[in-house]
Design a protein around this ligand. Structure first.
Ligand code: FMN
Length: 197
């Protein structure tokens, strides 16, 4: 059993990566293999909208995404940790998400069954500086909508999200022990859900 995890903050060791590392501890305690990537250390070009994946079922851009492509098909789930940037995912993480269009076209246009009936899970982790969005819209609405569609495209069921508001300065989440504990428990819970499948 293997989970692929992404730290999508450009701030190395920031709040969302601290939470991700706790989830990873929980997953590993439960015997799950974990791969971790920092999106800002990968070379992932933006989707060009060239449409080649519509007919080829593969992306033609040669960069780090090609290695992730196979991992994203083979894994049992994904943990995506991301700060809230202008109500959504920062650019490095968004480039990765947009490149997942190749999974959408393969399934929806080319009718290729990439994931079969395997139970796969997706977990979103995020922190925001504020507790509400502009015009008082729910602060995590944008990022939750985005990740819901990513997980759906990857044939993953979205678990509850780990979301913390009013966490802004680097490392502030480390001063909230209950958040770290919740993250570790969530990692173990994700493992249990996958082991039950
Ligand atoms: C470019 C940028 C945009 C941000 N946009 C928002 C936002 O729209 N809403 C919000 O509540 N916080 C926003 N924040 C605050 C971050 O979400 C917050 O500091 C978070 O804890 C950072 O997580 P990290 O340490 O994992 O990078 C923004 C921060 C930056 C640097």
């Amino acid at each position: 059993m293997e989970i692929i995890t992404f730290a999508a903050s450009p701030r190395k060791g920031g709040n969302t990566e601290i939470l991700l590392d706790e989830v990873i501890v929980g997953l590993r305690q439960a015997g799950v293999k974990v791969k971790k990537f920092r999106t800002h250390e990968l070379e992932i070009s933006p989707c060009k909208g060239c449409g080649k994946c519509d007919t080829l079922g593969r992306c033609v851009i040669e960069d780090s995404f090609q290695e992730l492509y196979d991992l994203l098909i083979e894994c049992d789930g994904m943990v995506f940790s991301s700060p809230l940037y202008f109500m959504n995912v920062p650019s490095g993480g968004k480039a990765l998400i947009d490149r997942c269009q190749v999974f959408w076209t393969a399934q929806e246009r080319l009718k290729i069954d990439l994931f079969g009936s395997r139970k796969r899970l997706g977990l979103l982790i995020s922190c925001s500086g504020k507790s509400f969005g502009y015009g008082k819209i729910p602060v995590f609405r944008g990022i939750e909508d985005t990740l819901t569609s990513v997980f759906k495209t990857l044939g993953m069921e979205m678990m509850e999200s780990l979301l913390f508001t009013r966490i802004d300065s680097k490392g502030a989440i480390a001063r909230v022990p209950s958040a770290l504990e919740t993250a570790r428990i969530t990692g173990r819970k994700m493992a249990e859900l996958l082991q039950k499948k």
